[in-house]
Design a protein around this ligand. Structure first.
Ligand code: NAD
Ligand code: UDP
Length: 341
């Protein structure tokens, strides 16, 4: 298939591009590089041994998005592009609604006008908010606790309405749990700009000596060791999940929702211990107060994805930490700064 990948220079997008190229797809990337580097695309090409068309375009530029659709004429789109920092979304909600929702509307309009009817969308487990039963199934109530999560829910609803109006669309909404890790080569990985918001990249930067200590946000949660429990999923398993979703859409019209997680939760202290053994480094940490908006526990029921997509995660926490560590060690400052554009 010929695929257009929005946000393909980003963390999850770059790993997915490698998997899709290796599966024989042709890809073009649309990314404004607002949270990523052109170098990531070069490394994707290097890993897959295949060239990738790259368009530095902002989804808010409606005409430019249409131009890309006209040039590439893809069979389908995987839509990763969006802003994803929860705290920033609380401070700048309009920025988030505009970028994520309006950007997606521009993309969907261009798809409709150019007769592209296959879409895989990056949703998030944040749409579930704070559920009271575990594991979390796809039919759990949706109640996101912040503007970022609400942009994801709005986009899901837009897609539902679109498919209701025209059932020839093929749409896959993938609700990711906590993506971590990196490609086995250590050539691509997560390269946050500034202090990481997420646990794994923060731990990795402490291990490599870029940061002094980790703050553990609360040890008084109602969990076995008092620290937050999450369903961490290896980014390469997540990438495989996109390939599986595309295969599924080839045989199924309509809209389909799947959670992508492992079905296992780990606490912050368990992740620290696993990273210490993967890296051979001690992770200095202190217990800090709870982070606003956090929930105690989250883990997926991966059964629907297994049954319908024939997909399940295969990489364990040790592999997630080992691969994140290899990437961090080989690229302590992330990707080199772009000079060539
Ligand atoms: P990322 O920031 O690394 O990648 C997103 C990419 O989109 C970046 O390359 C950025 O430059 C690009 N982008 C942002 N706004 C754009 C715009 N207006 N026009 C063009 N490009 C734009 O993030 P990621 O971790 O790879 O996440 C990918 C997707 O998955 C996002 O939609 C995110 O919300 C979702 N998601 C991520 C996580 C996670 O923990 N990483 C969890 C659940 C869902
Ligand atoms: N966490 C932490 N210190 C950090 C970052 C995260 O203790 O510097 C905890 C956080 O409270 C949560 C878990 O690690 O229990 C995962 O947090 P992350 O931000 O990675 O993912 P999310 O909260 O989005 O699930």
């Amino acid at each position: 298939m010929k695929l257009l990948i929005t946000g393909g220079a980003g963390y999850i997008g770059s790993h997915t591009c490698v998997v899709l190229l290796e599966a024989g797809h042709d890809i073009a990337i649309l990314d404004d590089l607002s949270n990523s580097s052109r170098e990531a695309v070069r490394r994707v090409e290097e890993l897959a041994g295949k060239a990738v068309a790259f368009h530095q375009v902002d989804l808010l530029d409606e005409q430019a998005v249409r131009n890309v659709m006209a040039i590439e004429q893809p069979d389908g789109v995987i839509h990763f592009a969006g802003r994803k920092a929860v705290g920033e979304s609380v401070e700048q909600p309009l920025l988030y609604y505009r970028n994520n929702v309006t950007g997606t509307l521009n993309l969907l309009q261009a798809m409709q006008d150019y007769n592209v009817r296959t879409l895989v969308f990056s949703s998030s487990a944040t749409v579930y908010g704070e559920p009271d039963t575990f594991p979390i199934t796809e039919d759990a109530p949706l109640n996101p606790a912040n503007p970022y999560g609400r942009t994801k829910l709005m986009i899901e609803r837009i897609c539902i309405d679109l498919v209701a109006a025209d059932p020839s669309w093929r749409v896959s909404l993938l609700r990711y749990f906590n993506p971590v890790g990196a490609h086995l080569s250590g050539r691509i990985g997560e390269a946050p700009d500034g202090p990481p918001n997420n646990l794994l990249p923060f731990i990795a930067q402490v291990a490599v000596g870029r940061r002094e200590e980790l703050s553990v946000f609360g040890d008084d949660w109602p969990t076995p060791d008092g620290t937050g429990v999450r369903d961490y999923i290896h980014v390469m398993d997540l990438a495989d999940g996109h390939a599986a979703a595309l295969n599924f859409l080839a045989d199924n019209t309509g809209l389909h929702i799947h959670s992508l997680g492992t079905g296992r939760g780990y606490s912050v202290l368990e992740v620290i211990a696993a990273f210490e053994s993967a890296s051979g480094r001690r992770i200095a940490y202190r217990i800090a107060s709870r982070r606003a908006g956090d929930i105690p526990t989250s883990w997926a029921d991966p059964g629907k994805a297994r049954r319908e997509l024939g997909w399940q995660a295969t990489r364990n926490l040790d592999a997630m930490c080992a691969d994140a560590w290899r990437w961090q060690l080989q690229n302590p400052q992330g990707y080199p700064k772009d000079t060539s554009g």
